[in-house]
Design a protein around this ligand. Structure first.
Ligand code: FEO
Length: 398
């Protein structure tokens, strides 16, 4: 049981899950997680911040009922509607149909589709504070951290920010409070992995949210996962800003990343000649030749170089009617939010059908890159193909 009094009249009523190994299908949770929720006693009844995951709904209710009967909760504040926070809200409403849900406009729309039942609601609006039972609540957009519906709640009297997924970590802490957590190293490892996988694709939105949060006087951050941040909360915000700034695409127009793989040396030769051509024209080129053996080491370097480059070129031979699978893995590590606006093209040799270049070009279009026509060489180039290759090289500078 992890019910804790956080501050006067504010209680932790969340659920801690040490057993979780994978979150959202693909995100490993080495340290488990928690589904945090908070109960505030006011002069006009209790307020609940955050729902829970469906499987933990009854446990959340049991925790709440150690403090007050469910019927005494008048408002439920929802900061975002991913079902790890909203999946059990239907249980709260079944037991307390008078509960009024307070959430952003998009979150209320989502909730309607998740609950499929009528419910009382109030829309959170930035600049329009709510006052309930002696407490004042302001709403701070956390748009796209990591869903479009995110809205933080700032509780003035407690100097507390209810931040949902932001500033948290998948980390099951029996200590509940960061100041009491003995495994700080594990916590920050979990936090960085969480940031990279959940917030990392949205660096410009993270920075926008940090700009707003940094204007607040905060003593406590109450996140949706992991420890309550009760020491140096602004340090956590600054860490988020730093991580987001590191992940911002730079799109340096003079920098070109070339990443190529080559079975028999033909595509490698194209890559090297392309690099030489571009360097002779004053570009800075980062050339990576990858294969299955060096891939794990090269992948982060390739992604980092692509992030900084205004242009990137992928060179793959065709294998079994497609590009080498490593390229799709690289592109999976490059969300469209970071790829958009970069110039990109594909090239490579082929023996029979040559699908690698059109298939990679299609994926680059899906990532909203400015995609230039690719270049394909059929085995070793003849004179006509040499001329075509020269034209392709020139087109990269156009
Ligand atoms: Fe913890 Fe986006 O849900």
């Amino acid at each position: 049981m992890h019910i804790q009094e956080i501050a006067k009249d504010l209680y932790y009523v969340g659920v801690i899950d040490h057993s979780l190994k994978v979150f959202d299908v693909a995100i490993l949770t080495e340290y488990g997680t928690s589904y945090n929720s908070y109960l505030l006693r006011t002069k006009e009844g209790f307020l609940l911040f955050e729902g829970s995951k469906e499987a933990f709904g009854e446990e959340q209710i049991a925790h709440i009922e150690e403090i007050c009967p469910l019927k005494e909760i008048s408002y439920l504040f929802v900061t975002h509607t991913e079902p790890d926070h909203s999946g059990a809200i239907h249980l709260l409403l079944e037991k307390n149909p008078e509960l009024t849900v307070v959430a952003s406009g998009p979150a209320l729309m989502n909730l309607q589709k998740i609950l499929r039942r009528p419910f009382k609601k109030v829309q959170m609006t930035p600049g329009k504070d709510m006052e309930i039972g002696g407490y004042t609540f302001s709403f701070v957009p956390g748009t796209n951290l990591h869903w479009p519906d995110v809205m933080f709640t700032y509780i003035h009297e407690l100097k507390a920010l209810v931040s949902c997924d932001a500033f948290g970590a998948h980390f099951a802490s029996d200590a509940v409070f960061l100041s009491k957590e003995p495994d700080k190293e594990g916590y920050y490892k979990a936090l960085r992995y969480y940031f990279e996988n959940i917030m990392g694709p949205f660096p410009s939105f993270v920075i926008k949210a940090c700009d707003l949060v940094e204007k607040l006087d905060i003593s406590l951050i109450l996140p949706g996962h992991g420890c309550i941040i009760d020491e140096n909360p602004m340090e956590q915000v600054r860490l988020y800003r730093r991580l987001a700034e590191e992940g911002l695409p730079k799109n340096d127009p003079n920098l070109v990343t070339i990443c190529a793989a080559s079975a028999y040396g033909y595509t490698k030769e194209l890559a090297e000649r392309t690099a030489k051509f571009l360097e002779e024209r004053g570009k800075e080129v980062r050339l990576h030749i990858i294969d299955a053996l060096n891939y794990q080491e090269e992948k982060p370097l390739v992604l980092q170089d692509i992030l900084h480059s205004g242009m990137f070129l992928l060179g793959s031979p065709t294998l079994a009617g497609d590009a080498i699978v490593l390229f799709y893995d690289i592109l999976n590590g490059l969300p469209w939010t970071k790829a958009q606006g970069k110039t990109a093209s594909a090239f490579g040799d082929y023996g029979w059908s040559g699908e690698a270049v059109p298939n990679l070009s299609e994926r680059l279009r899906q990532l909203k890159c400015r995609v230039l026509p690719g270049f394909r060489a059929n085995f070793r180039m003849d004179e006509a193909q040499e001329e075509e290759f020269s034209r392709w090289l020139e087109s990269l500078l156009a």
